[in-house]
Design a protein around this ligand. Structure first.
Ligand SMILES: CC(C)(COP(=O)(O)OP(=O)(O)OC[C@H]1O[C@@H](n2cnc3c(N)ncnc32)[C@H](O)[C@@H]1OP(=O)(O)O)[C@@H](O)C(=O)NCCC(=O)NCCS
Length: 261
């Protein structure tokens, strides 16, 4: 990955060089591939999925998909040169003491291509402490996302930013970097994803109330729509969560897409 690719914070409504991806302002994050053959990477992913609360046991099933280059699960790493990195990393380590040991960048390939260690990670002797993760996938089991590397349709999945620094732009920078990588490195034309629908997280949603979920400042669906994603399909009964009484609450997912070029 090129150093210039890692730095995106401010949306550019005019597009960048004719592309519908966000512009580069200053380095915030670096994406480092998750190594499916490293027990340390697998265990850290398990810890972060537990902290996230969804797909807590997913890591085992992602290992072969990552090896085969079908999915591109990446760690979100704070860029060493960014002025806010030190305090943000300190806050993450304080809140998640089991996540303080650095991992090593040991992946050999990602999405079917050889992986080159980022110069800033190499300067730290290949060590890094991830503060989240995001997957850029060229394959997905659910046909409603239309994911197909051959057709230039990639999908964002498995996305989490440390609760020690949500709302400061890290997630937006990670999505923007995935969009840039998809276009520049893999010739993508379209990005798709799915997320919980606005109705199921609304203030008066019986599901939200029964599951005791907090009222979000910005819903996941709106978060993506503010970044240029448009809803194209609703998917009722996508998954369920169980409330304290044992009742299952199914949710409606919404599929969103964004043209990248
Ligand atoms: C969704 C998530 C990945 C976003 O990452 P993030 O780093 O918090 O996002 P950013 O800081 O880049 O986004 C800032 C936006 O969130 C809003 N925001 C404000 N406070 C926030 C808070 N406490 N938490 C999250 N977002 C907040 C801001 O208003 C801002 O909106 P705008 O940029 O559209 O005006 C992250 O909140 C997360 O990991 N959530 C739990 C897991 C999850 O929901 N994953 C996505 C599944 S589809």
């Amino acid at each position: 990955m090129e150093a210039s690719a890692t730095t995106i914070l401010t949306p550019d409504v005019t597009g960048t060089q004719g592309r519908n991806v966000t512009s580069v302002e200053k380095p915030a994050i670096i994406l480092v591939p998750w190594d499916p053959d490293s027990p340390d990477h697998v265990e850290r992913m398990r810890l972060q999925r537990v902290a996230c609360g969804w797909k807590q046991d997913g890591a085992e099933s992602w290992r072969p998909l990552q090896r085969e280059g079908k999915i591109g699960l990446h760690w979100i790493v704070l860029a060493p040169a960014h002025p806010d990195t030190a305090p943000r990393l300190a806050a993450h380590k304080a809140q998640f003491p089991s996540e303080t040991t650095p991992l090593r960048d040991t992946s050999r390939s990602i999405l079917g291509r050889p992986h080159a260690v980022h110069p800033d990670i190499a300067a730290a002797e290949n060590n890094f402490v991830p503060v989240g993760h995001i997957s850029l996938d060229g394959w997905h089991a659910d046909p409603s996302l239309h994911t197909s590397a051959a057709d230039g349709v990639y999908s964002l999945t498995t996305f989490y930013v440390s609760q020690a620094m949500q709302g400061v732009g890290i997630g937006g920078a990670a999505v923007a970097e995935c969009e840039r990588m998809a276009v520049d490195d893999f010739g993508a034309k379209t990005m798709t994803l799915d997320t919980i629908s606005n109705e199921d997280v609304a203030v008066d949603s019986p599901r939200r109330i029964a599951l005791n979920r907090p009222i979000q400042k910005v819903t996941n669906q709106d978060w993506y729509m503010r970044r240029g994603y448009k809803a194209y399909q609703r998917r009722p009964n996508s998954w369920f969560d169980t409330d304290a009484t044992g009742k299952e609450w199914w949710c409606t997912a919404v599929c969103l897409r964004k043209g990248l070029v």
